[in-house]
Structures are given as structure tokens and as C-alpha cells.
Design a protein. Structure first.
Length: 151
């Protein structure tokens, strides 16, 4: 891909989150600023895996550059979803940022054991939540070299 096209390619984000309020806040925080991105939403682990495998309504879904994953969701929680992503040779290279309300040591340890890229506890305060998402955006989209960049 020519350099001029690479610079303007949007970063595709899969947000896996069942709380509509957190979805809205995350979208707002990610859309602010200079980094061009597209946000796709899955409301549980089942939808996330359908998106990642391009099944059903997600047949034309792009491969996300990064996944923001909540742990506590209906149908298939983030723990099971993370395990399936990281056990799949076609998906395991996608960075997964666990963004969840859980501060339980066992969730932190288990997430890293399953190769989460990082684990961040969601602040309860809306302003702090926005700051955390903006910090994620700054770190992952301006500092870190994501898979697929430059190809």
C-alpha cells in the first residue's frame, strides 16, 4: 500500500460491549481528535465472533485493527470470547484490550494468561471514563504499531 494511502486508512475498532451507555461514551471518546477510525459494535461474545469470522449480518465486516472487550456480557462473556480469539490462528494477532468494570485479580490474571494485550478497569465516573478511552486511543493509535500497518 502506498504511503499516502496508509496515512489515511482508518483504524477499524471492534467494540464488544453490552452496555448502551458505555458504547455511546466510548464512541464519543474515540471519535474526538485527529485519528481517523471506524467503530463497529458487537453486544456480546457471540456477535463478536460472528463479526470476526464474517458470518451472517457481518459477512462484509473488515478485520479490526484492535478489539476493545468487556468481560461481563450475556450469552458469551468476554472471558470465553477472548479465549476463542486467542486460540484461533487467524485472529490471535489482533490486539485485545480488556476494558471492563471488573477489578478482580482473577480476571486480570486470567485475561493476561489468555494473552490480552492489556487490562483496563473502567472508571465509574463519566469524565474519568472518557479520559481512559482517550488515553487508550492515544496509546494504541498513535504510539503502538498495529498488525497490518504498512502492508
Amino acid at each position: 500500500m502506498p504511503v499516502h494511502q496508509m496515512l489515511f486508512r482508518p483504524i477499524d475498532i471492534l467494540l464488544v460491549e453490552d452496555n448502551p451507555g458505555d458504547v455511546r461514551l466510548t464512541q464519543e471518546a474515540l471519535l474526538e481528535g485527529k485519528v481517523l477510525n471506524r467503530i463497529f459494535i458487537a453486544y456480546d461474545g457471540v456477535e463478536a465472533l460472528d463479526f470476526l469470522h464474517r458470518r451472517g449480518q457481518f459477512a462484509s465486516a473488515p478485520r479490526p485493527d484492535i478489539i476493545l472487550l468487556d468481560l461481563n456480557m450475556p450469552r458469551m462473556d468476554g472471558r470465553e470470547c477472548l479465549a476463542r480469539i486467542k486460540n484461533d490462528p487467524d485472529l490471535r494477532s489482533i490486539p485485545v484490550v480488556v476494558l471492563t468494570t471488573s477489578e478482580a485479580d482473577q480476571d486480570v490474571i486470567r485475561s493476561y494468561d489468555m494473552h490480552a494485550s492489556c487490562y483496563i478497569s473502567k472508571p465509574v465516573d463519566m469524565e474519568q471514563f472518557m479520559k481512559v478511552v482517550k488515553a487508550i486511543k492515544h496509546f494504541w493509535f498513535t504510539i503502538v504499531h498495529l498488525p497490518g500497518e504498512g502492508h
